[in-house]
Design a protein around this ligand. Structure first.
Ligand SMILES: [Fe+2]
Length: 602
């Protein structure tokens, strides 16, 4: 339920790993690259209070060493007088949506543009607002020469809060692991509702997790997604490509350019004219020419973006190499495409959105996803290595600690996430018999988990629920033998708002429901579905002994805290013991690997 979720978002628990918004303490730092990343970067940050004086202190690392300082400066005055500083050119209050006024604490943005930088140089910087300083951070400018480098691309951080944090930490680890990784292109859909500061505030704080342990920040090349209407996108990234337009070229090196396009405004007209002139200007001079935009033109999940008819003829005429896409919530690489057919001289489309949003099953039967293309369903980021002789693209993913959770024996989870259930929606059972094995369920509907509406993460969509009913009942059969050998059995569940779970007719877990059940449940409180939450059920042997030999019923009732709530989720599975695997880039799963020779050699 969105309104109450905003109240939670507005207060960060004290043990959150990111900088809290407090007074004029600079927090939520991000760097933005637009046209000239060898010589310019925009440093942006947030303060809770407006403050008066906002600036960035910065200096090339090399000169710091040469100036007889063996450590980075720790204060913004006195001893590091050789550091340059630049005042913020733009500050203001983040726009609150009318529904947030009185509900969410506002904050202030600041942008300072660092210009005249040296190429291929690591810069130390600290942000200062009214005397309060950020940590010491650093970034690299891009090479002015034709040097090899790496770039990350990903999209759709969105609503999977825990998954988003894991991906952000992973990006920070990749930055430490790859010193030649210099930028992160975000394909859009940062959050669920781009008009809400409450959503952006959480994203911006969590984005601090992409800073490497050594303090390295990857400058971002942001794309506007369909979930970012309204003024906040430009307030956060300082009008990249012009306020509301948000299309621009980034000449990363003399050999590589990335053209960022905007699928949320007209793809024809001015944008198409500009695109053609940029392709004509850049193609003769660049070994690698790429574009990124939000809505997929060769999608693995949805229908093609309306931009297709305006942009694809230009991509093909000017021999674009790669188009980076987002929005679908899946992972894919197409075959090279020209004139609606596989053609080695064509354009390869890679994406499409896995920085935290729940993943959807791709339509893998589509012709352009066949080998040597690929498609799948996993959180991921694309790591592009632009070398002198080839472009090496890897789609990398983290192991899911729940999927790889340790099981004592057996190949299958006790109950998979995509199990089929019987469900009752829009009515209440007559009595408690529905929780038991003897109940006649033949009048109940059948559907694949999870159940719900409103946040694009449900396999069985209850489209008639909003405004009509607030309770849903689901039941399925499990084989007790499947869990008997688990050292520990756990109910893993994604839920919005509350639930009660019964196994073998006995209540085993409940959350966000104070007392009672069914229509007499009381104290249903708001809870937003994020990642899987686990409820330990004890040893598998004891559980199996209690359940006996026959199939046992796992039954759940899900409750929305109001009829008009904007979403509902009820998605449960049974798993063995889990261990939280630390994010380690060496454990990254390589979902796809692809090498491309320059056009002159193809
Ligand atoms: Fe989208």
């Amino acid at each position: 339920m969105i309104t109450a979720a905003l109240l939670i978002l507005a207060t960060c628990p004290i043990d959150d790993p990111w900088t809290r918004l407090e007074g004029t303490q600079p927090a939520q730092w991000r760097l933005v690259w637009t046209s000239d990343p060898a010589h310019e970067v925009t440093v942006s940050w947030t303060t809770l209070e407006a403050g008066n004086s906002h600036r960035v202190h910065f200096h090339p690392m090399e000169e710091l060493r040469e100036s007889a300082q063996d450590h980075a400066p720790t204060r913004a005055d006195g001893e590091e007088q050789h550091a340059r500083e630049v005042a913020a050119h733009r500050s203001g209050a983040y726009t609150l949506d009318p529904t947030e006024i009185g509900e969410v604490t506002g904050a202030f943005y600041h942008h300072a543009r660092l210009t005249g930088l040296q190429a291929s140089t690591t810069y130390w910087f600290r942000i200062e607002s009214d005397g309060l300083l950020s940590p010491e951070l650093h970034f690299q400018t891009s090479p002015a020469e034709d040097h090899a480098f790496k770039m990350l691309h990903g999209g759709d951080s969105r609503t999977g809060i825990q998954e988003r944090q894991r991906m952000n930490r992973f990006i920070g680890l990749l930055a430490d692991e790859h010193p030649d990784l210099i930028t992160f292109a975000h394909g859009g859909d940062f959050i669920a509702n781009g008009k809400l500061w409450g959503h952006w505030q959480r994203w911006l704080s969590q984005n601090e997790l992409t800073t490497s342990a050594a303090g390295r920040v990857l400058p971002m090349i942001p794309t506007r997604g369909n979930h970012e209407p309204g003024p906040l996108f430009d307030e956060i990234f300082d009008d990249p490509g012009g306020a509301g337009l948000n299309y621009f070229s980034t000449d990363i090196t003399p050999a590589v350019s990335l053209i960022t396009l905007n699928t949320e405004i007209s793809a024809a007209g001015d944008q198409a004219v500009w695109l053609e002139s940029e392709l004509a200007r850049l193609r003769p001079e660049r070994r690698w020419l790429l574009t990124q935009y939000h809505r997929a033109i060769y999608p693995a999940v949805k229908d093609p973006a309306s931009a297709k008819s305006h942009w694809v003829p230009l991509f093909e005429e000017y021999n674009l190499d790669i188009a980076l896409e987002a929005d679908g919530h899946s992972v894919k690489r197409t075959v090279p495409i020209r004139e609606e057919a596989q053609d080695p001289s064509g354009v390869t489309y890679i994406g499409e959105g896995g920085l935290g949003v729940p993943q959807r099953a791709p339509k893998s039967e589509r012709w352009f996803l066949q080998e040597p293309g690929m498609s799948g369903k996993a959180h991921h980021v694309v790591l592009l290595h632009f070398g002198p002789v080839e472009l090496h693209s890897r789609i990398v993913s983290l192991p899911d600690p729940l999927l790889s959770g340790v099981k004592a024996t057996g190949e299958e989870p006790g109950l998979p996430a995509d199990a089929t259930w019987r469900y009752l929606a829009g009515a209440d059972p007559a009595d408690e018999a529905w929780r038991g094995a003897d109940f006649d369920e033949s009048n109940w509907d059948e559907g694949v988990a999870g159940f719900g509406y409103g946040d694009e993460d449900d396999a069985t969509v209850l489209s008639g629920m909003q405004g009509e009913f607030s309770r849903v009942y689901i039941r399925t059969l499990i084989d007790p033998a499947l869990v008997a050998e688990f050292e520990e059995v756990q109910l893993a569940i994604r839920y919005d708002d509350g639930f009660i779970a019964y196994l073998g007719g006995v209540e085993i877990a409940r959350a966000a429901i104070e007392s009672g059940c069914g229509p007499s449940a009381e104290g249903v409180t708001s809870h937003e579905a994020g990642g899987w939450e686990v409820f330990p059920l004890g040893s598998g042997a004891e559980l199996a002994a209690r359940l006996g030999p026959g199939p046992a019923v796992l039954a759940l009732e899900g409750h929305n805290c109001s009829l008009t709530s904007s979403d509902f989720t009820l998605h449960a599975r049974l798993i063995g013991p889990t261990k939280d695997l630390p994010a380690d880039p060496k454990q990254a799963l390589i979902l796809d690997e692809f090498r491309l020779r320059p056009r002159s050699e193809r």
